[in-house]
Design a protein around this ligand. Structure first.
Ligand code: C2E
Ligand code: MG
Ligand code: MG
Length: 573
């Protein structure tokens, strides 16, 4: 009897343990958020567990019904899903894949684990279903962020390069052409500066959306960064489609872009085009070639398109070589100054000198400033170079003053890059003070290119300089865009008539008329006139005859070093 009671107690305890285990197992299954299907092929049974209702509004109760699961997923995936549900047929014992539920925009990860018997037939199988929609959308978001530009929805630079590489493989196989078109908005920084970053974003978005519309099976569109876009055009018809695309972009930009604040911005673009296989054969080189010509388009006045050719590459390489040499020169200070005398036309009295920069490169070649100054302006090296000129010329001027007690105007050429720097005026003033220079003896030569930028700011700096007594002279007058009437509002002291007019005085009647009217007008406006590049007595006499105030040129004195200026001053005393 005791034995029986003992057996009953044991069974009750075991039963209770089983009930507890079952409870625990149900709890685990439910809190997992997954649904489970357990199939037992030995006793032909099926058991569902977990959150089945989260996924389906039907239940399976028979082994043969498992294949009906495919009805609830996208039809195009049904073969893939079926293969997964019966992985044992492919000799596998576990696998996982993701599928989208039909009509629910939900993604489900389906895992299958199967245990086979010795004969290879399935004994039991567990199918686990897990909702991965949010992880997947995060993954999609990350994918989007990694490959696309958020502002325009275009491919980003890295993605574009991958796409371009694929396109080049196709072009090589099919012996066709791929063009790369780099598009940069002209003066974009001004739009952003004047109207604000958000307005700048709107402009980028507007052009980006238009380029996205152009994109298709043969055109990939991308935003590289800021206001720089790039298209790759798979072009079985040759480069003619580039012209069409360029025309359509210009057509789009013909009307100003309307911003949300109801204002409008007129936008132009500079475009550079390179072509596979002619310009280069790999993606990065093609982009580089397009960039070189896009920058050329900027240099030649913007709002234009340039096509890559090898001559352009030669020029570019020369510029790069020059840039490298320049960097070394700034470092090794291979620069020095010459000074060219400037005389009163009447009486040949020395009025002053113009400081002219010289550069002897490492190989001993003297390189003309007309060649290296534009390069230095492009890469910003003009700033330290300009500081050198300022310092050295004022130092030399102070030395002459100390030695000879002379009053001499020192003219210094200032590049627009220097002039536009916020610390420009203070830099000039601090150097003037450092050498105790009389500001009235300093004249800054600017060219008309300075005037293209923010006009009000340019003028206010001129007035500021003038308040200290520093003179401003307009160099190379007649070669730029300004008309004489434009000069009326400018607080300048001196006008330098460009050498090209002086060169033609003898044979060109028009040059005479222009020179004469420049001098007359300039007198009425209260400016002094300087004739540059005077090389002969005839020119000098003619200029004196039409009342030109000052003369500079090889006829009266070439640029010379500081010692020669000292000799000149000694003779003048
Ligand atoms: P620029 O300021 O118009 O200087 C006058 C140029 O004409 C100088 O050339 C001078 O040597 C040259 N020249 C003067 N008289 C005659 C003449 O009778 N016949 C001929 N054929 N040429 C004459 P340079 O020194 O080669 O300078 C060329 C340009 O480089 C300058 O034109 C100026 O724009 C720029 N430059 C020179 N030094 C500096 C500098 O320190 N800073 C900046 N930003 N530019 C400079
Ligand atoms: Mg000059
Ligand atoms: Mg000049």
């Amino acid at each position: 009897m005791d034995d029986l009671r003992y057996q009953v107690d044991l069974l009750t305890a075991k039963n209770q343990k089983l009930i507890n285990n079952e409870r625990m197992y149900n709890m685990i299954c439910e809190s997992s958020g997954c649904a489970f299907v357990y199939l037992n092929y030995v006793n032909n049974s099926i058991k569902l567990a977990g959150n089945w209702d989260l996924f389906f509004d039907f239940r399976i109760s028979d082994l043969s019904e498992v294949s009906h699961l495919t009805d609830y997923f996208k039809e195009e995936d049904s073969i893939r899903l079926k293969n997964l549900l019966y992985i044992e047929k492919e000799g596998k014992d576990s696998a996982t894949d993701e599928f989208e539920l039909e009509g629910k925009e939900r993604w489900v990860s389906v895992s299958v684990k199967v245990n086979c018997d010795d004969t290879g037939l399935p004994g039991e199988k567990l199918i686990t279903l897990n909702d991965v929609s949010s992880a997947r959308s995060r993954r999609d978001e990350l994918y989007y962020m990694a490959y696309f530009d958020m502002l325009t929805g275009l491919s980003n630079r890295n993605h574009f390069i991958t796409q371009l590489k694929d396109l080049l493989v196709k072009a090589e196989r099919e012996r066709t052409v791929v063009s790369v078109m780099l598009i940069d908005i002209d003066d974009f920084h001004k739009i952003s500066d004047v109207r604000g970053i958000l307005a700048g974003d709107e402009v980028i978005q507007s052009l980006g959306v238009y380029l996205k519309e152009l994109a298709g099976p043969n055109i990939i569109a991308s935003r590289f960064d800021s206001d720089l876009f790039c298209l790759a055009i798979y072009d079985p018809l040759g480069v003619r489609s580039i012209d069409k695309i360029y025309d359509s972009i210009r057509g789009y930009l013909a009307d100003p872009i309307k911003l949300t604040d109801k204002s409008e911005v007129k936008v132009t673009v500079s475009v550079g085009v390179s072509e596979y296989p002619e310009s280069a054969e790999d993606a990065l080189s093609l982009i580089n070639c397009a960039e070189i010509v896009m920058l050329k388009a900027k240099d030649s006045g913007k709002d234009t398109i340039k096509f890559f050719d090898n001559q352009i590459l030669d020029h570019f390489l020369k510029d790069v070589e020059m840039e490298t040499k320049l960097k070394e020169a700034v470092h090794d200070t291979n620069f020095f100054l010459n000074f060219q005398p400037q005389y009163e036309a009447e009486g040949k009295i020395l009025r002053g000198v113009e400081a002219l920069l010289r550069w002897r490169d490492k190989d001993g070649n003297l390189i003309s400033p007309s060649v290296f100054i534009p390069v230095a302006e492009k890469n910003g090296m003009i700033v330290p170079i300009g500081d050198f000129v300022l310092e050295e010329s004022i130092k030399a001027h102070a030395k002459w003053k100390k030695k000879f007690g002379c009053s001499l105007i020192l003219s210094i050429n200032i590049s627009s890059i220097q002039y536009n720097r916020p610390d420009f005026v203070s830099k000039i003033l601090s150097t003037v003070r450092k050498y105790d220079m009389d500001p009235e003896e300093l004249e800054l030569e600017i060219t008309e290119s300075v005037l293209i930028d923010d006009f009000a700011l340019v003028i206010s700096k001129m007035y500021e300089l003038r308040d200290y007594g520093i003179k401003v002279s307009l160099d190379d007058f007649g070669t730029g865009f300004s008309s004489l009437s434009y000069l009326r509002g400018l607080p300048i002291d001196t006008l330098k008539i460009d050498k090209s007019f002086i060169d033609n005085l003898a044979e060109d009647k028009a040059a005479k008329v222009i020179t004469e009217s420049i001098i007359n007008m300039s007198k009425r406006l209260g400016f002094k006139t300087v004739a540059e590049g005077v090389e002969s007595l005839d020119q000098l006499d003619y200029l004196k005859g039409i009342s030109c105030d000052l003369i500079q040129g090889f006829y009266l004195g070439r640029p010379m070093d500081s010692d020669n200026i000292e000799e000149l001053l000694l003779r003048q005393m």
